[in-house]
Design a protein. Structure first.
Length: 256
């Protein structure tokens, strides 16, 4: 199991309470720690989590609590999990643009997604965790194109992306849309709305998402260009996802 994929499977197992053995739980924790260590790029401000003896104390306490029957929300409140998601505040004012879509897409894959999404504590932890591990280059690009967006327009973009994002993720999982379609959508978001009525998702998923993303951009008004750049960037990045390509990100460069 690779570091880049194993962490998510392990997080699913932990939050879904599907682990019944301490050695397996420690292995799952190790996968998440390895990924945080690889990806935090200086944004994680917790020092104890990187000191082996201190980390072992925190893990031991977590294991004891885990097998006492704590809930997913309580798991996210433990010292260990809070340290995995502890980050500096530099990204705080930008998280609305990026993280809800990522969190929605991740939680949608969990076996008990409905239960997890009903817990604000779980959602809050996932938002913080994604701020810790998100590719810094992606974040900087989003900051550049969205940094001056007024709050009211940020709310529109965040709300609409969170509405369409889970549908897109499901369509990818159902094989209704693939990498070529996503790259076509990168180009089509620059076009005026091509449809008067909503196309059928099952008949043409690409047309369906072109319709919805073009409508979102139209909601941007004077900030439509920022909306377009943000959505295009997200689609291009998604086109390189292992869920789409079956390969690691670095092995699947996309050209628009």
């Amino acid at each position: 199991m690779s570091i880049t994929t194993g962490w998510f499977d392990s997080l699913q197992d932990i939050l879904s309470k599907s682990i019944d053995d301490e050695s397996k739980l420690r292995t799952a924790i190790g996968h998440i720690f390895s990924y945080v260590e690889l990806k935090h790029c200086g944004r994680c401000t917790s020092k104890k989590i990187f000191i082996e003896k201190e980390r072992e104390k925190i893990i031991a306490k977590f294991c004891t609590s885990y097998f006492k029957g704590i809930t997913p929300a309580e798991i996210c409140q433990t010292k260990l999990m809070r340290k995995f998601a502890k980050h500096n505040e530099d990204n705080a004012k930008h998280y609305d643009f990026i993280y809800p879509r990522i969190v929605n897409a991740q939680l949608d894959k969990f076996p008990n997604a409905t239960e997890l999404t009903s817990h604000p504590t779980v959602l809050s932890w996932m938002l913080d965790f994604n701020q810790t591990i998100l590719d810094p280059a992606t974040l900087e690009k989003q900051k550049k194109c969205l940094g001056d967006l007024p709050p009211e327009y940020a709310t529109i973009l965040t709300t609409e992306r969170a509405r369409v994002g889970p549908i897109l993720v499901k369509a990818i999982g159902d094989k209704l849309i693939g990498q070529e379609n996503l790259l076509n959508l990168v180009k089509r978001v620059s076009l005026p709305c091509e449809f008067e009525e909503e196309p059928s998702l099952t008949e043409s998923a690409e047309d369906y998402f072109a319709y919805h993303y073009q409508k979102i951009i139209a909601m941007g008004g004077p900030h439509a260009e920022a909306f377009k750049n943000s959505l295009a960037m997200g689609l291009e990045n998604l086109s390189r996802s292992p869920d789409v390509t079956g390969k690691a990100f670095s092995e699947a460069p996309a050209k628009v």
